[in-house]
Design a protein around this ligand. Sequence first.
Ligand SMILES: NC(=O)c1ccc[n+]([C@@H]2O[C@H](COP(=O)([O-])OP(=O)(O)OC[C@H]3O[C@@H](n4cnc5c(N)ncnc54)[C@H](OP(=O)(O)O)[C@@H]3O)[C@@H](O)[C@H]2O)c1
Length: 329
Amino acid sequence: MSTTTKQRVLLLGATGETGRSILQGLLEDSASFEVEALVRPSSTAKPGVKALAERGVNIRVADISGPIEDLAKALSGIDVLISAIDAGSQLAQIQLATAAKEAGVKRFVPCGFITVAPPGGVMALRDSKELVYQHIRKLFLPHTIIDIGYWYQISFPTVPSGRADYTAIIKPNSAIHGDGETPTILIDHADIGRFVARIIKDERTLNKSVIAYGDVLSENAVFETMERLSGEKIERQYISTDEIVSARAEASAAAKADPTNPFAGMMASLQDYNYSKYVRGDNTLAYAAYLGYLDARELYPDFQPKGFEQFVRDVLNGKGEKRQAMSLP
Ligand SMILES: NC(=O)c1ccc[n+]([C@@H]2O[C@H](COP(=O)([O-])OP(=O)(O)OC[C@H]3O[C@@H](n4cnc5c(N)ncnc54)[C@H](OP(=O)(O)O)[C@@H]3O)[C@@H](O)[C@H]2O)c1
């Protein structure tokens, strides 16, 4: 395929957790994409940015809170703009969307990449994303919203022997919410980018929301898989629906009382996830269909994402990624 037919994709957040999966997915399809990274001026000297350049990724430096004209210039010639900005910075994308419209970007993928949930007071993170989506729609800016459920990497329980601890972000992790029966949409971190690469070259997904995933499982099924494959018994810590509701109220009050404290914001966000996933039961394919999402597994039946069982086998065989604390969603 000649390079003139490739889409020029600019990725914001290529050095972040979600962004590095997207970057890898795009680079794996080099016949379709020329990939560039949007980096803020204060980050240009970071080793992660240098590593991008070493992988052949062109760097565009821009301040997304700077003047619109400068930002629009920085976006010139871009076909697809993807944002994987951190959870706390969602509203900075409003200006980015305005500049994308001015620059004639053909598709903006704002930072979705979370669970299925409705707007309007269920999850503060979802609500900040929705403000960006509303702005995009007011601009008539072509776009695609991609959600992915919850990563396998933050959904598996640890085992008593400690053999999964090297790759666990939350440890020990043995919490079951409610009766553990509510199904929830899950994905392997590495498959996020592979789905994104398919979705952004598909006309069917223009101005639509898409749900991409590897498995849909209840917590009881997740624990059963871990126990069966490890041969270890996991002591469950049950958290009742009432406890989830009151923990969410407390975390939300603490975050409101101390709005510049990122840890308080993160804890409030985690409690919102628990409430949405396990009390309301939002993060399901039925609810995604009700909200009008396209199903990426139906759109791309040729692509087989990693299933949760294979993920657990990899973890137990030491093939998971070594992980330390990260910014939780
Ligand atoms: N579904 C799930 O299970 C799950 C799990 C985790 C995260 N998420 C979601 O995924 C999204 C991304 O989160 P993440 O954890 O991947 O983020 P992250 O690891 O914190 O990465 C954020 C990226 O955005 C860049 N960035 C931040 N501000 C910027 C700016 N002003 N200009 C240019 N670049 C900027 C950062 O670059 P520098 O700081 O180096 O400049 C970094 O590359 C969030 O919405 C989050 O809620 C979902």
